[in-house]
Write a protein that binds this ligand. Structure first.
Ligand SMILES: *[C@@H]1O[C@H](CO)[C@@H](O)[C@H](O)[C@H]1NC(C)=O
Ligand SMILES: *[C@@H]1O[C@H](CO)[C@@H](O)[C@H](O)[C@H]1NC(C)=O
Ligand SMILES: *[C@@H]1O[C@H](CO)[C@@H](O)[C@H](O)[C@H]1NC(C)=O
Ligand SMILES: *[C@@H]1O[C@H](CO)[C@@H](O)[C@H](O)[C@H]1NC(C)=O
Ligand SMILES: *[C@@H]1O[C@H](CO)[C@@H](O)[C@H](O)[C@H]1NC(C)=O
Ligand SMILES: *[C@@H]1O[C@H](CO)[C@@H](O)[C@H](O)[C@H]1NC(C)=O
Ligand SMILES: *[C@@H]1O[C@H](CO)[C@@H](O)[C@H](O)[C@H]1NC(C)=O
Length: 849
């Protein structure tokens, strides 16, 4: 036993950003006269709740982030023309102040068109119905409302002194969003609009620069910026503008019926390191915390309620390891180079095929180098300044002194966590098991109350509901004569429907017949199902629905959805086309109209109580009283056994649920992801054949200790008795220690003072608060393989590995050390158990000779 390291808990000091004059040149932003190299993180305020904001911002700060970036969500703020809302999740000022209090900067992407996988790209649906409006072009009503809202937001920020020029945190503001892709679709008016938007923004006099992303013709002084998986090759259109990356996508979003995309931490780190290697100065992760599309805020069609994005902080607010930890170490390595990167002169040197070094030196003799190997297959060993360096394929090594590698993007030193969804019950604690009482109300399939209108043929869903609801009832009837052959044969005619989207549930004579929907990548669909008809009059009722409105694209505001054809096949007359029949319409379902999910609305019907809720019942409202799950872990609702619908807790909108299985085959998914080579959203997918989204985040702050009202509207049928709360729990951690993995210079503040730590490979394990290491589950020296939670022993496994680690573990609870062992790889998995104190442990495992 040579070392035992006890590392103190670090306290983060709060510093307020002082008054900042923000300017720029071709190298960087200059804030208060100082050049800045900035790491920024997108966290969208309405995709979490105010109670989570300080924690998310702090976790970003601990991850080495300097700046928070958010869009402003117009349709969450201007509910009808001139009617503004800034409460709850939409309290933008409170969010900005949370960032300020953490001593961080803010990039405010006002848009106000934002795309963002957000309903209708963030533009209020009412604006589409202001006569003569066309979005995002030189169109008077659009520009009038866009300018009005932009000015409103700028004035609000000014009033609260939130611009850096006023001493606030906002250092950059964005107008429009990725318009360059679409400008040409709008011809002359597109170009005119882009210039108008830039000028309008600049005339707001915020005292901070404006940016436009993916906007190649952005006029001075607006800065054009890059959005992509890689922006090392990006060059702003003017040499006087700094190289800014507004969106590096560390993952991707999901659609109901689609797969679960993952971007490996090694590749994210590679892209970031390459960007700074090639002269970048502001880099933003889109998303750093993706969060949740609560209520009906998800865009579409089919964007899931979860907006996790495989981001460094997961949907539930927990740092995602190893991604968060690996990027934290990357940020620290880059920051070690900040001064010389920004003030030095760059020289690039080719060190052989695919390998290049970018070397920055300044007049004081300081030197920093980035050496990259862009070969997506082969590791390379190169000579640089008389020293030999080996670089794994598709990696960048960072040398803050041009000599020692402190970080390589492909060598993940960070711990990996085992995260589990621990099921709990939905019980009220004062009642026995299985005594949960459900209150039930059924919707009548078809027109409720008075019909809204009758029309021959179909209408567009969005034009009709104006997105006040997902639902539009269509009903008609057909007469079936007694002499129909199918009645005699006992066979069934077939209902054939074609629709441009997004989904429908079919009912005949009030009986559910089936559901039709696009496949998650494509919204037009056909529905084909045998149906039960009887002699005489038959009512056909179709509940057509939208699942989030289009978020972007040329003229996206005019993309409609709805039925194009309804036929019945297999009658004596052959196929009967009902498309031009008289259809009766009703917008929304009755329970929504009565607000059965909220406050007084709950008593607008007589619920039927039962302890055995009926299963597979379409069009059913369920209500029950639940306790908050114990503990302090984040909470999800397990909806695996439900059909499709909406959920609320205490009147707060959880969102759309739809545990719809991905239609992709297993070969469209990967078991292991090779981080090497260019990433695309389909490269490292999992979840083929599984529900795209099983768990739905319910923020802790929405719960009272007891008496919480959970309400569901189930559209097509499910098993409510199988709904469970789950707690998202970190149940273990793995770390890999290798002599080969650089750690010099990457110690936390204070840790480098611990004697002898330099040049010793180590792993730092961070446990969730209130936990400590309770057992060593796996340990192996040599060449172990596999993933955290399922490691396999390697060829030169030494049977004493576990014993050694356990002995060490017994010796010290807060730290582990050992010496004199093998030198290759060391893998360790710990599981946590409850600790009574509030300590957040930092543990180190170190190996030395
Ligand atoms: C802000 O900085 C720029 C460039 O450094 C300088 O020209 C300008 O005078 C400064 N403005 C104020 C108000 O300090
Ligand atoms: C290397 O530097 C030269 C001179 O500054 C520049 O023209 C060239 O584009 C750089 N090459 C790369 C790959 O960055
Ligand atoms: C590398 O070695 C050569 C010959 O030994 C020497 O001339 C040169 O200065 C060295 N370069 C550096 C950067 O140390
Ligand atoms: C919706 O209504 C508008 C007129 O308000 C019309 O221009 C548009 O074509 C309609 N959209 C669809 C998809 O029918
Ligand atoms: C079937 O065809 C007959 C004769 O053309 C017509 O009178 C009848 O209405 C049709 N039935 C239906 C259900 O359309
Ligand atoms: C509920 O039932 C009571 C008693 O039968 C009746 O008076 C009342 O109108 C019903 N309320 C609703 C909303 O149907
Ligand atoms: C989804 O539907 C579209 C159009 O029908 C088709 O091109 C695509 O392959 C489908 N995707 C899957 C996963 O079935």
């Amino acid at each position: 036993m040579k070392l035992c390291l006890l590392v103190a808990v670090l306290l983060v000091t709060v510093t307020l950003v002082s008054c900042g004059n923000v300017s720029y040149d071709g190298r960087s932003l200059i804030i208060d006269g100082q050049r800045k190299l900035l790491i920024s993180a997108s966290i969208h305020y309405p995709r979490s709740v105010p109670a989570m904001w300080p924690g998310l911002v702090q976790t970003a700060k601990e991850g080495g982030v300097d700046v928070i970036e958010t869009y402003v969500f117009w349709n969450g703020h201007e509910l009808s023309p001139g009617n503004y809302y800034f409460g709850g999740r939409f309290d933008l000022v409170k969010f900005a102040k949370t960032v300020q209090q953490a001593g961080m900067f803010l990039i405010l992407r006002i848009g106000p068109f934002v795309a963002a996988e957000w309903n209708f790209g963030g533009v209020p649906v009412w604006l589409h119905y202001v006569p003569g409006t066309v979005f995002r072009t030189y169109n008077q009503p659009f520009m009038y409302h866009m300018q009005k809202f932009t000015t409103y937001i700028v004035n609000l920020m000014k009033q609260e002194k939130l611009f850096a020029s006023q001493g606030g945190p906002i250092i950059l503001a964005q107008i429009e969003n990725e318009y360059g892709y679409y400008e040409n679709f709008y011809k002359e008016d597109g170009k005119k609009y882009a210039l108008w938007a830039a000028k309008m923004a600049v005339s707001q006099n915020t005292g901070v620069p404006w940016i436009m992303c993916q906007q190649w013709d952005a006029p001075d002084p607006v800065i054009d910026t890059c959005n992509s998986f890689y922006c090392d090759q990006f060059k702003p259109t003017s040499p006087n503008r700094p190289k800014i990356w507004t969106e590096n996508w560390p993952g991707w979003f999901k659609t109901f019926g689609g797969r679960d995309p993952h971007r490996p931490a090694e590749d994210v780190a590679f892209s970031v390191a390459r960007f700074f290697q090639k002269g970048g100065s502001v880099h933003n992760y889109y998303m750093y915390h993706g969060g949740t599309n609560f209520g009906r805020t998800a865009g579409g069609p089919f964007i899931t309620t979860s907006y996790d994005y495989d981001a460094p902080i997961d949907e539930y607010g927990l740092p995602r390891f190893p991604k968060w930890g690996h990027l934290k170490e990357l940020h620290r390595a880059i920051k070690l180079c900040e001064h010389v990167l920004l003030n030095g002169k760059p020289v690039n040197v080719s060190l052989g095929p695919f390998v290049e070094a970018d070397v920055y030196t300044d007049s004081s003799g300081a030197c920093a180098a980035f050496i990259s190997n862009s070969d997506d297959k082969n590791d390379r060993t190169v000579e640089f300044r008389n020293t030999s360096y080996s670089l794994p394929a598709w990696s960048v090594s960072i040398l803050p002194d041009c000599k020692n590698v402190v970080f390589n993007t492909a060598k993940v030193n960070s711990q990996t966590n085992v995260v589990a969804m621990i099921p709990g019950s939905l019980q009220q604690s004062n009642k026995g098991v299985n005594s949960l009482i459900w209150d039930i109300v059924k919707e009548k399939p078809g027109i409720w109350g008075t019909a809204d209108f009758v029309k021959n043929g179909f209408v567009d869903l969005i034009n009709t509901t104006k997105d006040t609801t997902d639902y539009l009832w269509h009903t008609t009837s057909i007469f079936v004569g007694e002499n129909e052959e199918f009645l005699k044969k006992g066979s069934k005619p077939v209902l054939l429907i074609e629709s441009t989207g997004h989904a429908l549930h079919a009912f005949v004579n009030q009986e559910y017949q089936g559901t039709g929907t696009g496949n998650g990548t494509h919204s037009p669909f056909t529905f084909k199902n045998p149906i039960s008809l009887r002699a005489g009059k038959n009512e056909i009722a179709l509940l057509c629905l939208t699942v989030g409105l289009q978020t972007a694209g040329p003229f996206y505001d005019f993309v409609g959805a709805g039925l194009t054809s309804v036929k019945i096949k297999g009658l004596n007359n052959g196929t009967i086309d009902l498309s031009s029949y008289a259809w009766t319409y009703k917008i929304g379902v009755q329970g929504e109209h009565l607000k059965l999910y909220q406050g007084d609305g709950l008593s607008n019907v007589n619920w039927t109580s039962t302890s055995e809720p009926p299963k597979m019942q379409p069009l059913t409202w369920y209500k029950t009283i639940v306790d908050a799950p114990p503990g302090d872990e984040p909470i999800g609702l397990d909806m695996l056994h439900m059909g499709k619908g909406l959920a609320w807790l205490n009147g707060e909108e959880i969102g759309r649920y739809w545990p719809r299985k991905s239609e992709f085959k297993s070969e469209d998914c990967v078991k292991e992801c090779d981080y090497r080579g260019k990433f695309n959203p389909d490269k490292c997918d999992t979840g083929c054949g599984e529900p795209t989204q099983r768990w739905y985040h319910v923020p802790r702050s929405w719960f009272k200790p007891s008496g919480n009202v959970l309400v569901l509207f189930e559209e097509k049928g499910g098993e409510p008795d199988k709904i469970r709360f789950v707690r998202r729990k970190i149940s273990g951690a793995c770390a890999l220690v290798s002599e080969d993995y650089p750690s010099v210079g990457l110690l936390s503040q204070g840790e480098d003072k611990v004697q002898n730590i330099k040049n010793i490979p180590f792993a730092r394990l961070t446990c969730p608060s209130n936990t400590h290491i309770s057992a060593v589950k796996f340990a192996s020296f040599g060449t172990p393989s596999g993933a955290c939670g399922s490691f396999l022993k390697g060829d030169c496994h030494d049977p004493i590995s576990s014993t050694v680690v356990e002995k060490v573990y017994l010796f010290a609870i807060f730290c582990i050390a050992f010496g004199g062992l093998f030198s290759t790889k060391y893998l360790l998995i710990f599981s946590f158990s409850k600790l009574t104190t509030q300590l957040r442990d930092t543990l180190m495992l170190s190996a030395s000779d």
